[in-house]
Ligand binder design. Structure first.
Ligand code: ADP
Ligand code: ADP
Length: 222
């Protein structure tokens, strides 16, 4: 699979990767390597220039724009900058993600409470995003991402703006979700995390996959 941007930057040069259900995969590499492009192609924010991408049962190079929302409902997407809606409470932020798939209000409330409990922030249900710390906002964004019970969680630098303790808290949540069978694909610069919580490492450099290692460290020789 190849991805060339209109400015001729080759952000994915001959990618050939298979990620199995239940895996935890780190996507690492220097800034500009192509990590975000890879992540964005998984949820069809970017399209490959040639080749195929299959996520769950969607052949992303073939699906129509109208099918994208259905694809994304099966994915939980976590961003470095959280992307919570500032005018909605925490309850509403999570419920909003659920209501697009038309659940009754009792189911929605139960599910919101369940995922808030999972990330340890039940007491923040009526708060607004700007009343929470960065780490708390990221836990909320993970709660929102998993509210629909996605098979795959995709995270682009989820610990990017967080201090080490807070980042560890985020990892504990992702580990738990992964332990329950959810696939996790996470782009990161955080060498400490990659070395501490060992998983498959996919290293990208200049748009090429230069390493694909089971239980790898951040650096090749670890
Ligand atoms: P990373 O996430 O590893 O920092 P990116 O996937 O963001 O890398 O970028 C890979 C390369 O593609 C970089 O050279 C970047 O400048 C380029 N790039 C990313 N997005 C675009 C875009 N929308 N248009 C043109 N070039 C882009
Ligand atoms: P990230 O790496 O988290 O995607 P960036 O700051 O690299 O964040 O990119 C922000 C936005 O700008 C993204 O939508 C990306 O696709 C786009 N972008 C990145 N690099 C380029 C580039 N060289 N030319 C045009 N757009 C770019």
């Amino acid at each position: 699979m190849f991805k060339k941007y209109p400015n001729d930057v080759l952000a994915a040069n001959d990618f050939n990767v298979k990620i199995r259900q239940g895996e935890f995969v780190y996507v690492i590499g220097p800034s500009g390597a192509g990590k975000s492009t890879f992540i964005k192609m998984m949820y069809r924010e970017e399209r490959p220039t040639s080749g195929e991408i299959k996520v769950n049962d969607y052949e992303l190079q073939k699906i129509k724009n109208s099918e994208i929302p259905f694809l994304r409902r099966e994915l939980g997407i976590v961003f470095q900058d959280f992307k919570l809606l500032p005018k909605l409470t925490i309850f509403e932020n999570i419920a909003y993600a659920l209501q697009v798939i038309e659940k009754d209000s009792e189911t929605v409330t139960a599910r919101v409470n369940y995922v808030l409990d999972l990330v340890g922030l039940k007491d923040k249900v009526n708060a607004f995003p700007n009343e929470l710390s960065g780490g708390e906002q990221q836990r909320i964004s993970i709660a929102r991402a998993i509210a629909n019970k996605p098979e795959v969680v995709i995270a682009d630098e989820p610990t990017g703006n967080l201090d080490p303790d807070t980042a560890a808290g985020i990892m504990e949540i992702l580990e738990r979700i992964n332990g329950e069978g959810t696939t996790v694909v996470m782009a990161t610069h955080n060498s400490q995390i990659v070395d501490q919580y060992k998983h498959r490492v996919l290293e990208i450099e200049g748009g090429k996959i230069v390493r694909d290692q089971t239980e790898g460290g951040f650096f090749q020789d670890e």
